[in-house]
Design a protein around this ligand. Structure first.
Ligand SMILES: *[C@@H]1O[C@H](CO)[C@@H](O)[C@H](O)[C@H]1NC(C)=O
Ligand SMILES: *[C@@H]1O[C@H](CO)[C@@H](O)[C@H](O)[C@H]1NC(C)=O
Ligand SMILES: *[C@@H]1O[C@H](CO)[C@@H](O)[C@H](O)[C@H]1NC(C)=O
Length: 378
């Protein structure tokens, strides 16, 4: 689901420095042991007491004065998107919901429709220029970019050709071989395959095809229990920038995350136990089922009014804790940091993603985000 992907890209930009191996560029250069606070008044750092303050979700940080300033609600004034509550954009100096309505959804103005659609007779419709992107088509259709028109996708259980995206399976379906090694393939819904079922060819293991709520993932072309295969994680604690480290010190299942300007640790990207993966997988499956039920296209974005947030937002925000149990331990103090890194419109919609509890360190916070990263990735 691209929504999740978009969120995760932002997380990676925020806390991952693996690509360049330079901790110096990281936003997150706090030593362990710092106190992180959510504040409604100040976003200044107090070096004496090692306290780093972030504005809570309904405020933004004025980068000149380090004051927290209340964000505008829909219709309120702004000069930049970050001055609006998460999920609204700043257009013509006013915060509002834009760019969210899918093909066929009601609208009163073209800027409410997903880019490329026009508001015609009260509904978002494909303009005379045709489509350039699948998300401009109604749910269940794809864009033929040659003819720039929308056509039906391939139904589940019908033949498909792996790697041929032009006529794709459903938004939440995958093209997999009928049996391992066969060159005949069919579309199957996400997370629908049981143990030993073919889920890829030799070159690709399809993610999201196997039933993750049973702890199954795709390995060497078939769905296998994670416990049998495990994710092999490297343990590393040292300087990510050490010139003697010719290679990425962390393996593919972990990432070097900066904790100081010159020091990083490998942090697991995956939920640490099979139980966690199963529980979290069940969340991914429910979110997919919700998107399918409400015919939400993959394109979601952050607008509070888009199909996914309107129909699945409450459960998504509420389920983050199931997915990463450590969320349950978050103090409300820390929720702002998560909300800052994951720009989810949860608080704008009135849903909480954290609960009262004890404080956790930044390092576990990063690992929480990494857990959500892989577990929710689809
Ligand atoms: C896409 O449209 C072009 C031009 O009309 C057509 O030749 C082609 O077969 C179409 N592709 C699919 C997959 O429908
Ligand atoms: C499948 O593979 C067989 C044998 O390699 C080949 O003869 C056949 O043309 C292939 N079918 C398709 C649809 O690619
Ligand atoms: C995990 O990785 C280490 C180092 O690459 C390797 O020696 C070990 O055999 C791997 N374990 C499994 C179960 O693949």
């Amino acid at each position: 689901m691209r929504l999740i992907l978009a969120i995760l890209v932002i997380i990676l930009v925020s806390i991952n420095v693996a690509s360049s191996w330079s901790c110096a560029d990281s936003d997150m250069t706090f030593p362990p042991g710092v106190t992180i606070k959510c504040s409604d008044s100040s976003c200044a750092t107090d070096e004496q007491s090692l306290t780093v303050s972030f504005c809570s979700s309904k405020y933004y940080c004025d980068q000149t004065t380090f004051d927290c300033i209340e964000k505008s609600d829909q219709g309120g004034p702004c000069s930049d998107d970050n001055e609006c509550l998460t999920g609204y954009e700043c257009v013509d100096s006013t915060c509002g919901a834009y760019n969210y309505a899918q093909s066929g959804e009601t609208c009163s103005n073209t800027n409410q429709c997903i880019e490329g659609l026009e508001c015609t007779s009260g509904a978002c419709t494909l303009g005379t220029n045709g489509c350039t992107d699948n998300d401009q088509c109604a749910y269940g259709k794809y864009c033929n970019t040659t003819s720039q028109d929308c056509f039906d996708r391939i139904s589940d259980q019908q033949p498909c050709i792996i790697g041929l995206d032009e006529k794709p399976c459903g938004s939440y379906s995958k093209c997999v071989p009928t049996v391992l090694g066969s060159n005949s393939s069919i579309c199957v819904p996400y997370f629908s395959l049981g143990e030993t079922k073919a889920c890829g060819d030799e070159a690709t293991d399809e993610t999201n095809a196997c039933d993750i709520s049973k702890g199954l993932d795709c390995f060497s072309g078939t769905c296998q229990l994670l416990s049998a295969n495990g994710y092999n994680q490297t343990q590393f604690s040292g300087n990510c920038n050490d010139p003697n480290l010719a290679l990425d010190p962390c393996n593919e299942n972990s990432q070097c995350t900066c904790i100081q300007s010159d020091r990083g640790v490998c942090i697991s990207q995956v939920a640490s136990s099979v139980d966690e993966i199963r529980t979290c997988g069940a969340v991914s499956m429910r979110m997919t089922a919700c998107a399918v039920e409400h015919k939400c296209n993959e394109q979601a974005g952050q607008s509070v009014k888009n199909c996914f947030w309107q129909h699945c937002g409450e459960e998504f925000c509420g389920s983050l804790a199931d997915c990463a149990p450590i969320y349950k331990e978050l103090t409300s103090e820390l929720v702002c940091v998560i909300e800052g890194l994951l720009p989810l419109p949860c608080s704008t919609l009135g849903y909480s993603i954290g609960a009262a509890g004890s404080s956790i360190s930044l390092i576990s916070l990063s690992s929480v985000l990494m857990i959500s990263f892989v577990s929710l990735l689809f």
